[in-house]
Write a protein that binds this ligand. Structure first.
Ligand SMILES: *Cc1c(COP(=O)(O)O)cnc(C)c1O
Length: 379
């Protein structure tokens, strides 16, 4: 089946009791057992729930994976992956990460004896000097948040396979519509479902997808044992949102490109980050591994101090100043003080997350209104 058909149908069947076409919200914590252990595969909703199962199967199908697990947030999904590790293990990751990922690595798992190396992963071979007998995992984001660095997934997979490392890709920015890391050699795909997959800024959720039964069993153990699993109402909302993922992503890509091209030579803008530009670092890799360049565009303002950047960020009327991304509505975010506030200034400035950087999540409103809003805000 192709993507749009899977987005609408995968994991979902008419309800066996009533024939309901839409997967019902199974608002139940527990399930009847005819005699102990004689049940229909459902025992207790921390571990399994039919509404959540339909969603998990749908997300797995969209990532061309076999197994899907939904979590109560993207961070809970990340937490579950890290809980497969042991004290003394080492992880190689990128130097431009979502602030919450950086925070859970450095402030939570480092305390449990796991060591993280934050590297420039624009060239896959950069990991080699850091691989040793303790290295267990490589964790990447691509495109990265917020400077849109592109990591060559297939190139990196060659090294992770050769060294027997678990290769995890945070695919939040691309969404499964634009990029499928498992097809390129990744072992686990992580999503903040909160963003493009749910798509309507009304749910917080995370997901993991893998093809590897051994990894799935370990992840399912953590999922059920630690219990950060989402309830049926949120699962239903995401199942509803996901049905238009392909349509929304097409519109995000079109509007994203128009906004990026409008801003490219704008006199108020110093740097622009959008992987569709030919002069964007690793543009050719993006072209090869993604089906489109998405709706995320970051800009740094020319000669703007923090006060001037805040003034401009507060000037928008259609773009809403808020954290998060990937919803139908356009958002503007100031990474240094908002999403990436937990990263020390020296660290974030090294990769371009300066005080004058703004990140735009271009929504699916009419493009004329978005361009007009940018024009007014940048005055
Ligand atoms: C938002 C985000 C996360 C965290 O997900 P939550 O659903 O907010 O917990 C992780 N990675 C990326 C790239 C994100 O944008």
């Amino acid at each position: 089946m192709k993507f749009g058909t899977k987005a609408i149908h995968a994991g979902q069947h008419p309800d066996p009791t009533t024939g309901a076409v839409m997967t019902p919200i199974y608002q139940t914590s527990t399930y009847w057992q005819k005699s102990p252990g004689d049940n229909k595969g459902y025992e207790y909703s921390r571990g399994t729930n039919p509404t959540r199962k339909a969603l998990e199967d749908c997300i797995a199908a969209l990532e061309n994976g076999t197994y899907g697990l939904a979590f109560s947030s993207g961070m809970a999904a990340t937490d579950a992956v890290m809980k497969m590790l042991q004290p003394g293990d080492e992880v190689i990751t990128g130097n431009d990460l979502y602030g919450g990922s950086y925070r859970i690595f450095t402030k939570v798992f480092a305390n449990y004896g796991i060591k993280f190396h934050f590297l420039d992963l624009s060239k896959p071979e950069n990991i080699l000097p850091y691989v040793n007998e303790h290295t267990k995992m490589v964790w990447v984001e691509t495109p990265t948040n917020p400077t849109m660095q592109i990591v060559d997934i297939a190139g990196l997979a060659k090294f992770t396979k050769a060294h027997d490392l678990v290769f995890v890709v945070d695919n939040t920015f691309a969404s499964p519509y634009l990029q499928n890391p498992i097809d390129l050699g990744a072992d686990i795909v992580m999503h903040s479902v909160t963003k493009y997959i749910a798509g309507h800024s009304d749910v917080v959720m995370g997901a993991l997808v893998t093809n590897n039964k051994e990894l799935y069993d370990k992840l399912w153990f953590v999922y059920n044992a630690c219990g950060a699993t989402p309830g049926p109402q949120d699962s239903f909302l995401v199942l509803r949102g996901i049905k238009t993922l392909h349509l929304r992503m097409q519109a995000h890509c079109i509007n994203g490109e128009k906004v990026a091209r409008y801003l490219k030579n704008h006199p108020k803008i110093d740097k622009i980050y959008w992987p569709g530009f030919e002069d964007h670092p690793n543009h050719n890799v993006a072209k090869k591994q993604m089906r489109g360049f998405g709706g995320m565009v970051s800009i740094s303002l020319k000669d703007a101090d923090l006060a001037e950047t805040f003034r401009i960020a507060s000037n928008f009327k259609v773009f809403t100043l808020a954290e998060s991304l990937g919803g139908v509505e356009s958002l503007v975010n100031h990474p240094a003080s908002m999403t990436h506030g937990s990263i020390p200034k020296e660290e974030r400035e090294k990769v371009g997350v300066t005080d004058s950087l703004l990140r735009l999540s271009v929504g699916v409103e009419d493009i004329e209104d978005l361009i007009q809003d940018l024009e007014n805000a940048l005055k």
